[in-house]
Design a protein around this ligand. Structure first.
Ligand code: ADP
Length: 487
């Protein structure tokens, strides 16, 4: 991997704790980071535990005080440097990301630029953390509302976007004056470490941003929740783990942001532009090989266009080129690990046993490993497990529906409420459906909704809090009301 990099120093096998790089020779335990495409070991990292986590938190706690005291403009300038470095090193960061996660290189570089856009956006927002002046309730009273940083933020992130999931959190946290301690996914710590190195080069003060590579995620999660110096936990991952972390954080009444699982409906109405709907479905379903929390999980197609849509979708899906992320022209990589493959196979087998028709794909890919064929299933019924569970793989199940009411009921019949999509042209239907979908995000005639300028987040058991947009700093701020008397 280092041969591919213009700047090989970005490939790190250390932990970054309180401003100090800890090499693996200083650790009792180590763990390997493996390329999911080849099975080869990319790096061996020190496996950090509670002791190092506490050190990172203590140092972050001290560093935060000075950082919060600086002007928004000064913090903005440093974040802007960091953004510039991420962009100028995007090819190297993308190559590291592809190696540890498997997504095609163009998608990986795209993720780096997407992640960087949050650093840029929140650098700009750093100067706009406005409070309020409220007319007093008595003649001698004056009321002011301040917005202040929560303090030290702990973050736990998944492997599917090793850069962007951290960027979306660390950007607003640092912008408003918080310190940040990150526990990246065990499968993908290299992107996080490269980000930390660039942050250091950009002038982010020592100790303000730590990265703790570890295999002991539940222990570190417990420490994050129990340590009184942590004032906020921000998590992206499964609803199952989100529930555990919310329970744990209750002891401290800790502020939390939760970006959890989804079960996105993607609805195609009779009046939709079918070619546009297929294009949207391809992006929404197969991007990142189906491994995103906003991926279309259930595709509902109105009866009148069901056959035509299925045919067009299959034609597009059969053009997907599966392979190693570094190979030119490849549009889908492997699944992240064996457990992911087992899950996708089980969901397809369950659907097939209950009457689903496999129109294309439906099996492991000839490349072996954790590669899986891009798949389309028809004749889907609500009793199949994939109607309720997040597939997290390249499998599109097509449900048939008749009426608007019918599809809204089915679309909302889930514990999740993250992303939803639909294609239609009738204006009143567009409004009705957009309002009726119980989701935090609705894409209308588009399959791609993520951007730093909009609030990303879910309702129901998909989480709480929003990332990105002018609302994205709120999760990292406390409100303080000052009442001045005897004026
Ligand atoms: P995924 O299926 O995307 O891996 P998880 O919710 O299992 O989703 O993992 C997301 C992140 O949460 C990862 O960084 C993982 O290490 C971490 N994690 C998993 N279990 C726990 C736990 N009990 N406490 C804290 N973090 C956890």
């Amino acid at each position: 991997l280092s041969n591919r990099l213009e700047d090989p120093s970005l490939l790190l096998s250390s932990a970054f704790i309180g401003g100090i790089w800890h090499t693996r020779s200083s650790a009792n335990k180590t763990f390997d980071v493996v390329n999911p495409s080849t099975g080869k070991v990319l790096a061996t990292l020190p496996d950090m535990g509670i002791k190092e986590t506490r050190t990172a938190i203590d140092i972050a706690h001290r560093a935060q005080i000075d950082w919060a005291g600086r002007t928004g403009k000064e913090r903005a300038g440093i974040l802007r440097n960091w953004f510039d470095l991420m962009v100028s090193n995007a090819d190297d960061l993308g190559a590291i990301l592809t190696a540890e996660m498997g997504k095609p290189l163009t998608e990986a570089v795209g993720e780096i630029l997407y992640g960087a856009s949050f650093i840029e956006w929140f650098a700009e927002e750093a100067k706009r953390v406005y409070g309020d002046v409220i007319p007093g309730h008595q003649p001698d009273k004056r009321i002011v509302v301040l917005k202040q940083p929560v303090g030290v933020v702990a973050s736990i992130t998944p492997w599917n976007f090793p850069n962007a999931m951290i960027a979306r959190k660390v950007g607003p946290a640092l912008a408003v004056g918080c310190a940040f301690v990150a526990k990246p996914a065990q499968q993908t710590p290299l992107s996080a470490l490269a980000m930390a190195l660039l942050a250091e080069r950009a002038g982010v003060p020592s100790g303000l941003f730590s990265v703790i590579p570890s295999t002991s995620s539940s222990k570190i999660g417990q420490e994050f929740c129990a340590n009184e110096k942590i004032r906020k936990l921000t998590f992206t991952g499964s609803t199952e783990v989100g529930r555990i972390l919310m329970r744990q954080s209750a002891d401290q009444i800790m502020k939390t942001s939760m970006e959890l699982g989804g079960n996105a409906p993607f609805i195609v109405f009779d009046d939709a532009d079918l070619d546009a709907a297929v294009e949207g479905a391809m992006i929404s379903k197969y991007r990142n090989n189906g491994q995103t929390c906003v991926c279309a999980n259930r595709i509902y197609v109105q009866a009148g266009v069901y056959e035509a849509f299925a045919e067009k979708l299959v034609t597009a899906v059969e053009k997907i080129k599966v392979g190693d992320g570094y190979t030119e022209g490849v549009t889908a990589g492997p699944l992240i690990d064996e457990a992911a493959l087992v899950k996708v196979r089980a969901l397809v087998a369950d659907a097939a046993s209950k009457g689903a028709r496999i129109v294309t794909g439906g099996a492991r890919h000839a490349l072996g490993g954790t590669f899986y064929q891009p798949t389309v299933l028809t004749n889907i019924t609500p009793d199949m497990a994939l109607a309720q569970e997040e597939i997290f793989g390249p499998v599109a199940p097509l449900f048939k529906f008749d009426t608007v009411e019918d599809v809204i009921n089915q679309a909302n019949d889930t514990i999740f409420g993250l992303a939803s999509y639909f294609y239609a042209r009738d204006l009143s239907k567009v409004w009705q459906v957009a309002e009726a979908l119980e989701y935090g995000m609705v894409g209308v005639n588009t399959g791609l909704i993520s951007t730093e300028v909009a609030p990303f987040g879910g309702v129901k058991q998909s989480g709480q809090g929003r990332e990105g947009s002018k609302y994205g700093t709120e999760d990292y701020l406390e409100m303080k009301y000052i009442c001045m008397g005897d004026i």
